[in-house]
Design a protein around this ligand. Structure first.
Ligand code: GLN
Length: 453
């Protein structure tokens, strides 16, 4: 109860961050009291968390930061939040994000942007996106951890921008049931926390087979925290040459070198590796993700959920669809739906969508090959820069998409990836490194990250 009250007080004083879009103090206090009364509570019992607005929470507004889901209060609870609450976690409220998780700066939200608690000079910085509210809330001590989702980097990039830890598990590790779908073959939920140990504890609660998600894997969930021995002697860490991009800032280069040295000093073997199809990942991602989004978002038609436009006399069902979608979706979402519809259309399907799927298979094969050669994990920068100024890239989608250059490969290949804060830039802003692991070996990945933090 005291911990929850302390978080609620912090949240009240932090409205300027725009992290929480719905606060649920009554639910939080009720859950906190129940946690205190529980005699056999585990590690998450009574721990106050923030929940990304993409998760359906029963009876609590769940809008994916979109106008089209205005007023939507689900009748059901997502599997992830059900599991967290069963383990005693407390929900402080819902967290800001990019609309339908489409973005890298939290600026496409219907609620307005979230703000990074870190500052350099006077300008306000983005906390990253799409899980910007989650990152901002954890970094500013508004909660002890938060849920995030990651389709192309939305857990790892905001974690890196705010100096926190975030892990995207292997595709299929966490049930997607009750999480608003963006690109179903890429979406995975994961924890965003202060450090690796918290991530291990929270991830364990979020994982597990769910018959309600046919892509969720029927595998036992290991005790990830028990894997944190800090011993990485004899592990092989690959450094992929293709991630050394032209024009990479010297401070990112140095961060990467320092991280490599740290792992070497801890007893790991460092090897140079090649992932030859890396340069095609971003274009393939920005075909596949919009294609799946255009299909997933077809359900927002003014009939089943949320917003419906006011109609004029004589309007038929087509006008209702058109007006509702025109009013309800923001520009980035419309851009994705248009791109997605285009690449799936009869004349272009083979040229774009099918080709992107083939590229995706090659990217996955690159990773399979290096893992087959004995590489245990791959170390890369998490982002090409530190957090940038709000407004800076908003009008230039290509610049915005380039943020995801180090993260999208991991989703295309379905692998686990973690971002850990390991340094600061010249202005004192946090920078993070990314570790990419073998499928289903999150415990090993978390342990390597543990050696790095
Ligand atoms: N920034 C990427 C995009 O806009 C990734 C988003 C995500 O992971 N949800 O698609």
């Amino acid at each position: 109860v005291e911990l929850t009250e302390a978080c609620l007080t912090q949240i009240e004083g932090a409205d300027a961050l725009g992290a929480f879009v719905h606060k649920t103090p009554e639910i939080a206090m009720e859950q906190a009291k129940a946690a205190d009364a529980r005699k056999d509570g585990g590690d998450l019992n009574g721990i106050p968390l923030g929940i990304k607005d993409l998760f359906c929470t029963k009876g609590v507004a769940s809008q994916a930061a979109s106008g089209i889901l205005d007023g939507f209060k689900p009748e059901y609870e997502s599997t992830v939040t059900t599991q967290l609450f069963n383990d005693g976690a407390v929900m402080l409220g819902k967290l800001n994000m990019d609309e339908f998780a489409m973005g890298s700066s939290n600026e496409t939200s219907v609620y307005g942007n979230a703000v990074n608690p870190w500052k350099a000079g006077g300008a306000e910085l983005t906390p990253g996106g799409s899980s910007g509210g989650s990152a901002s809330a954890v970094a500013a001590d508004l909660c002890l951890g938060a849920t995030g989702t990651d389709t192309g980097g939305s857990i790892r990039q905001p974690a890196a921008f705010t100096g926190i830890t975030g892990i995207k598990p292997t595709y299929g590790r966490v049930s997607r049931w009750g999480i608003v779908a963006f690109a179903s073959s890429l979406d995975q939920a994961g924890p965003m926390t202060k450090d690796v140990r918290d991530a291990a504890i929270m991830l364990k609660s979020m994982c597990g087979h769910d018959p309600k998600d046919s892509t969720s894997a029927d595998l036992p969930v290991p005790d990830f925290e028990a894997a944190l021995t800090g011993d990485i002697r004899g592990k092989t860490i690959g450094i992929p040459s293709e991630y050394r991009m032209d024009g990479m800032p010297a401070e990112i280069e140095k961060l990467w070198e320092d991280g490599t040295a740290m792992l070497r000093d801890a007893g790991a073997k460092i090897v140079d590796i090649s992932l030859p199809h890396t340069k095609y990942a971003l274009p393939a991602y920005y075909v596949i993700a919009p294609a799946e989004a255009s299909s997933n978002l077809a359900r927002y038609d003014g009939v089943r959920f949320g917003h419906r436009a006011k109609l004029d006399a004589g309007d038929g069902i087509t006008e209702m669809y058109e007006k509702t979608r025109a009013e309800g979706f923001g520009n980035e979402v419309k851009r994705r739906v248009m791109i997605g519809t285009y690449v799936l259309s009869a004349g272009f399907y083979d040229a774009y969508y099918n080709r992107a799927r083939k590229v995706r298979a090659l990217i996955k094969r690159d990773f399979d090959d290096v893992f087959a050669q004995g590489v245990d994990a791959i170390l890369t920068p998490a982002t090409p820069s530190a957090a940038f100024e709000l407004g800076k890239k908003f009008d230039d989608p290509v610049q915005m998409y380039l943020n995801d250059v180090f993260t999208v490969t991991v989703n295309l290949a379905g692998l686990p990836g973690i971002a850990v804060p390991t340094g600061v830039d010249a202005a004192g802003l946090p920078l993070g490194l990314q570790l990419i692991g073998r499928p289903w070996e999150e415990g090993d990945l978390l342990n390597t990250a543990y050696a790095l933090e």
